[in-house]
Design a protein around this ligand. Structure first.
Ligand SMILES: Cc1ncc(COP(=O)(O)O)c(C=O)c1O
Length: 394
């Protein structure tokens, strides 16, 4: 911790916890204390820690080929892209290394698509309280002033609308709109589903005005909602033109993807985009294994996610300060009446890793392999944390 303070840029406010190893849903610190991981590295370690099949894939691939650049082919990029196509219904994938990098690429697709129609078609619609990453492009469409204010001026032509305001969305979209960017369940913004009406209206408006619908599934997708992607929760699904995903795909190995239909892919022909590390052999091999495991886990995610949510709803009946329990699958939020960052520290003492987002929302993104027994353990820990507030359960 001292070395970090001396040599690492101080961009993060870290908790005083030095983690050393992990197995399944548990992590151990350097003193040997065990923690139940309800956050999965902010949605990354979706298969838990040291999953034997992921460890084996890393081992086998690391002694064969880690990276060879996108000047050549390797065995795994095509296989992973094919698998992603099968589960998403989208035709093409561009591989990169993080959510933010995927957002940047999606913005370039939107800009290029608009430019091909007309030089005036350069506006982007995004939502208030959204989060799309930390690069200049990503914060340009992130509807939270705290991430933007020190870096103005950002990309011009971005309009923000409140997440449930259909009228505002309709008023914002016009012939100049090149793209509409949505998270179907806002993560950083407090685990808020934006709802079917808003999603379908965005699709209709994008069609009406020849704009691209971009869905950011970086936090709410890749199995977390109990379907491969959040747009598949709707029946019939609302298909995006562009979808970006990252976090769990590499089970901890960095990988991000931009997926598109043919129309959107045509806006980014050869030479217009690239990424040195993107789609490396190791990342794609692990991503492929992860997608196989995901297929096996999908019914479990729905089942255990439903169980976890019902337990949290029970908890909300016992503690009057819980305003609402939200979320889908294993993306769950508990909104508290007051700012509750203290819960994170209290939970650490209880051996639980949780997070508070948007000041008042306890956010849980547990590994997909979590069991009901582990959920019970989590709920017992949370009960002890909530009791510390001083209000006794009814
Ligand atoms: C919805 C969403 N988009 C984009 C990002 C940025 O992803 P990354 O941190 O991998 O760059 C995140 C990260 O939390 C996210 O939740």
């Amino acid at each position: 911790m001292e070395r970090e303070r001396q040599y690492v840029m101080q961009t993060y406010a870290r908790y005083p916890l030095v983690l050393q190893r992990g197995k399944g849903c548990y992590l151990w610190d350097v003193d040997g204390k065990r923690y139940l991981d309800l956050l999965s590295g902010i949605g990354v370690n979706a298969l838990g820690h040291s999953h034997p099949r992921i460890v084996r894939a890393i081992r086998e691939q690391s002694v064969k080929l880690v990276h060879c650049s996108n000047l050549y082919y390797h065995e795994w990029q095509g296989k992973l892209a094919e698998r992603l196509h099968q589960v998403s219904g989208l035709q093409r994938t561009f591989f990169c290394n993080s959510g933010t990098e995927a957002t940047e690429g999606a913005l370039k697709i939107v800009k290029s698509y608009g430019n091909r129609v007309s030089p005036e078609k350069n506006e982007i619609i995004a939502l208030e309280d959204s989060f799309h990453g930390r690069s200049l492009g990503a914060i340009s469409i992130t509807g939270q002033p705290k991430y933007r204010k020190d870096f103005e001026p950002l990309i011009p032509g971005v309009k923000f609308v409140p997440r449930h305001d259909l009228g505002a969305l309709e008023a914002a979209v016009n012939e100049r709109t090149a793209g509409i960017v949505l998270e179907l369940i806002q993560g950083e913004g407090g685990i808020y589903p934006i709802g079917e009406k808003m999603t379908r209206t965005a699709r209709e408006l994008a069609d009406k005005y020849n704009a691209l619908l971009v869905l950011d599934e970086i936090q709410c997708g890749v199995g977390r909602p109990g379907t491969y992607f959040a747009y598949q929760l709707l029946d019939p699904p609302v298909m995006p033109d562009v979808m970006i995903a990252a976090k769990p795909i590499g089970a901890g190995v960095p990988i991000g993807v931009i997926m598109t239909n043919e129309k959107a892919a045509a806006a980014l022909p050869a030479g217009m985009h690239g990424s040195t590390f993107g789609g490396g052999a190791l990342a794609c091999r692990v991503g492929y294994e992860c997608m196989l495991l995901l297929e096996e886990l999908m019914p479990h995610i729905r089942q255990v996610g439903g169980y976890f949510k019902s337990q949290l709803v029970d908890l909300s009946r016992k503690f009057g300060f819980i305003k609402e329990v939200r979320g889908q699958g294993l993306m769950l939020g508990v909104e508290i009446e007051f700012p509750c960052k203290q819960f994170v520290t209290d939970a650490l003492a209880e051996g639980l890793l949780i997070n508070v987002t948007h000041e008042k929302v306890v956010r849980m993104l547990p590994p997909y392999i979590i069991t009901e027994r582990e959920v019970d353990r989590a709920v017992r820990g949370l009960t002890r944390v909530f009791k510390k507030v001083g209000k006794t359960p009814a």
